[in-house]
Design a protein around this ligand. Sequence first.
Ligand code: MCN
Ligand code: FES
Ligand code: FES
Length: 911
Amino acid sequence: MLQKRLFINGVETPVFAPAKSTLAEVLREQLHLTGTKVGCGQGQCGACSVILNGKVVRSCITKMSRVPEKSYITTIEGIGAPGNLHPLQKAWALYGAAQCGFCSPGFIVSAKGLLDENDTPTRADVRNWFQKHRNACRCTGYKPLVDAVMAAAEVLRGDAPEESLEFKMPEDGRIWGSKYPRPTAEAKVTGTLDYGADLGLKLPDDTLCLALVQAEVNHANILSIDTSKAETMPGVHAVLTAKDVKGKNRIFGLVQSPYHKGDGWERPIISDTKVFQYGDVLAVVCASTYEEANAAAKEVAVELEMLPAYMSAPEAMADDAIEIHPGTPNVYFTQPLIKGDETAPVFERDDVVVAQGDFVTSRQPHMPIEPDVSFGYMGEDELLHIHSKSIAVHLHAFMIAEGIGLTPDKIAMASNPMGGTFGYKLSPTSEALVGAAVLVTGRPCFLRYNYHQQMTYTGKRSPFHISARMAADKSTGRILALEHDYAVDHGPYCEMASVLTGRGIQFIGAGYDIPNIRGMGRTVCTNHAWGAAFRGFGGVQSYFVGETLVEDLAEALGQDPLEFRYANCYREGSTTPTGATPDVIALPQLLDALRPKYKEAKARTARNSTEKIKKGVGIAVGVYGAGADGMDTAEVFIQYDPDNGVTLGCSWEDHGQGADIGAVGTTHEALRPMGIPVEKIRFSWPDSSKQPPAGPAGASRSQVVVGSALRAACTAMLETLKKADGGFMTYDEAVAAEKPTRFEGTYSSQGSACDPDTGLGDPFVNCMYTIYMAEVSVEVATGKVKVDRVSCVADLGAINNRLAVDGQIYGCIAQGIGLALSEDFEDIKKHSTMIGGGFPYIESIPDDMEIEYFENNLREHGPFGASGAGEGPMVNPHMSVINAIHDACGARIYRLPATPERVLEAIRKAQ
Ligand code: MCN
Ligand code: FES
Ligand code: FES
């Protein structure tokens, strides 16, 4: 044990701590300064940054033994507090620099360290500083963070008034379409918003900490699990194996199609007969402390019989491959597409040009800064309460209930403030484990993953293996036909498998009027990480194919890629790949807007290209659906409060995208006739026992579908409370008049899901349209690629909140660059850290990014004309980079990510 006197945020503080403990542990767990967040716990994300004797350090890797006596330490709590924000914190809120906000305290502390040393930094200084201090953000694309530091520095120097960091309310009081900062911003920038691990520290003393015993192989039969020694270890309360789980011990995989083989109950909560993938849980230790639980977990003895592991779709499809789930074929779902006439004859014709290729996409890891975390307890209401990073509270209660022996109505599933999910949390992760442990032990239980567990035991983006070809008429330049055949490596569990596989037929070739298509998608069970939802679900993989073939056709025809796209993109009378009419005709306008920027970029890259560093420009079109396939429904309510404000009863989960501002902005607009001030419109964190089902925050559906339900509730409120004089009743007047104070709203879309035999259908409420243009530099000798600039033109319908939507696009650009160049989870050993997984730090993301919006195509089905924003902008930024590499040096990439080795190889092939 060490004893030190430290000056923490100016207060002399005695500290008693084990010598091996870290500064982060002492700050958070002993001193309850939970503003300092722990993300990776490995020195790779900077979430835990504090200032120690004038230097910014990562407190998760700073051992207490190395903290000098009488050190001065500044944490986020010492920088500013709610109601008394530091200029950096004000700027963070104003510039939309806190999306999920999990990285914000670390960045703000780091920026303070910079400004203490240098009050006139350039943007490059700020970027270099964040790079040097490994401050990582997964949401914002970094640009808003640099904007915020520059603005705060100006104020701190006295070059701008402090009011310049405050939002100026428009004179008409309307916040729809504005950059009104999100309601949760102040709590995020001050570190006072409690995420799951922070809440875990506030649970009662009898809470049990869970540690998982996990498989370190990919496929095996389980012969025995011996927990006897672990059970005798200090602090251990129980060690659970499969036999202890009170229900079916399976998570339901949402089988949605009659053509799906297998019943969807493949995924064990605790493994019983087999290990299907690395990380599968074999036993759960419940102990008084984390250290005790982890120590005991090491003592569980497991005997396995190894089986052949199929780590990709082709391996699992081989004739001699055994069934991973005995009784279900490894290829368990197929989705054909039959649009227009037979395509094969078109490819035989002499008057067509053909582009073709075999493509493989990557197993992109989501890499939120906050690792997975859940806790649970039995409530006085006799419900099992589970709090997690769920972005689908009602759905998750349904998916895990039978497995743990309850009905969904006996589970209250709540979502904590979250440090990003990017879709991985459309799957249950730790919820069922925590639920099972609470039911067995009768005690509150808490489980947090470390970053290795986050990487290895949460779902990943499913790789697609795709062969495709596209033909265009030599004389007219019109695309005539497309064929594709693809296998989706979905890992061992089938959640959302049919939806994902359907995305291929919906989006390969999307954006263009292609009269004849034949396609076939297959879902394949493998032993690699299970496939989870990931932003741009299936779109990312599809545009890798479509936007390569389109580019190659343009080249074969000797046409400019932008003009070839312009000639072939959706117009009146066009149909989508699944034969639907595009909801709006947006692409010609976007390409027109991009054309002058493109010409400038072409001239710039031609001017600056050298023999060693080749520069190039790439374009990529993207169209993606908002809303779940087929019918999509949301239910909400709004409660009129005694102070004449409203509380929103809507389970719009917040990954970090801005459910708060989404719901508040929509409601504020819908209730404008009543003039309720925005501060009195209260967002609530989702809880399945308190709110009706609004559906998951997936499929970019919430602004459109939940927003429409909110609007319906507001309309009901306005109609009920309207007075004869044109005004509206106050709360007291409504109560006196015996009017209701709770107003329900529902919305159901009327899409038609794609036909299982032909693939044809019109599945989405409406669509998002984005076109990206990237400029890159390729170092010819090494194959290293740097993205210099990105422009985006977007039609997302009417925009609710500009700050949120800018943030969505910047974040998608950063994730798209990672997807294009560095991110993967193919090699479980190498890729299981943030750095190993290819996380894009600030130096990989250009500061030079611009966005232009077009809001003239108001969507018929979308509140006030809105479409979504979460995923449309994610489906194609990677392709603008991949096409720019091709433009720079002729290298054509067929496998993601385009690592330097792959680029070098492609350069050699091109030569
Ligand atoms: N929005 C708007 N105007 C529009 C459309 C959307 O202001 N015309 C705003 C919304 O109010 C919301 C945001 O943009 O704040 C995204 O809206 P929407 O497209 O409806 O998406 P959801 O709210 O359903 O969020 C889910 C979506 C998905 S599917 C993933 S995955 C995702 C994403 O959003 N994961 C994210 N964005 C993310 N952003 C962050 N920071 N972290 C994640 O994990
Ligand atoms: Fe400390 Fe990531 S660097 S939590
Ligand atoms: Fe930076 Fe979410 S705001 S990680």
